[in-house]
Design a binder for this molecule. Structure first.
Ligand code: SAM
Length: 224
């Protein structure tokens, strides 16, 4: 079941301290954690999906929300000029160093539902680890905004809800009392419908770690 009440405390304002930002970065990139394995796998898939297209230095990529810049390292092997954006300046402080310095146009504080960037100004937009944290109205507003900004390709991740994932969640909450799963997962078909309603063609869906993780990567192309 979706939780609608905690968006502001659990997501919008949750990462706005230096301590939380440092813990997040460490948990996803240094600690022996399941999140680190998923992040590693997510990066490999993302590299693979980006490499299917041909990109040039004229192409701008928007990483939103960029968090602590987990995506930054892999962008060293693509020619994009990059804008990283997040609501949390504390997260962005740790992100800056991860991107290729000569191609990072800036780290910009913005709300993903109303960014202020120009229409159709990004050839590629990547939205990782966000949509499954927020209720349906914020999912819709974010997808609508991303569709307005995108020219070509958008890659998103979202944890999906299914009987198998619910069973897994039940098991994990018994064996690992501190287990925290994504607050607002949705059935895969529902997120596909939302992406299509926002003006995208869904060209591929890939499970990040089949069966073991609920996270799915969706590759979207802007409909003309
Ligand atoms: C789970 S982290 C994901 C960060 C990054 N994409 C990653 O995969 O590591 C969620 C991020 O969303 C940011 N955030 C929350 N609400 C936001 C909003 N309305 N607009 C922009 N960023 C937001 C948080 O500050 C946080 O950095």
């Amino acid at each position: 079941m979706q939780r609608f009440d905690n968006y502001e405390t659990d997501t919008l304002n949750a990462y706005r301290s230096r301590q939380r930002a440092a813990e997040y970065k460490s948990y996803h990139t240094k600690d022996w954690s399941w999140a680190r394995i998923c992040t590693w796998r997510e990066q490999r898939l993302l590299h693979h999906e980006l490499a299917r297209y041909s990109w040039s230095a004229d192409d701008r990529l928007l990483d939103i929300p960029c968090g602590t810049g987990i995506l930054g390292k892999l962008l060293h092997s693509f020619p994009f000029h990059i804008i990283a954006s997040d609501i949390s300046p504390e997260m962005m402080d740790l992100a800056r160093v991860e991107y290729p310095a000569d191609r990072l146009l800036g780290c910009v504080q913005a709300d993903i539902t109303k960014t202020g960037f120009s229409r159709c100004s990004f050839a590629c937009i990547v939205v990782l680890g966000f949509l499954h944290r927020v209720p349906l109205d914020i999912k819709r507003a974010a997808l609508h905004e991303i569709s307005t900004l995108a020219k070509r390709v958008v890659i998103i991740t979202c944890s999906v809800d299914s009987p198998l994932q619910r069973l897994k969640k039940k098991f994990l909450t018994i064996v690992r009392r501190r287990h925290v799963s994504a607050p607002c997962p949705v059935p895969l078909q529902d997120i596909i419908i939302e992406c299509e309603a926002a003006g995208f063609k869904v060209v591929r869906t890939v499970m990040v770690v089949p069966f073991l993780s609920a996270e799915v990567m969706l590759v979207l192309e802007k409909r003309l």
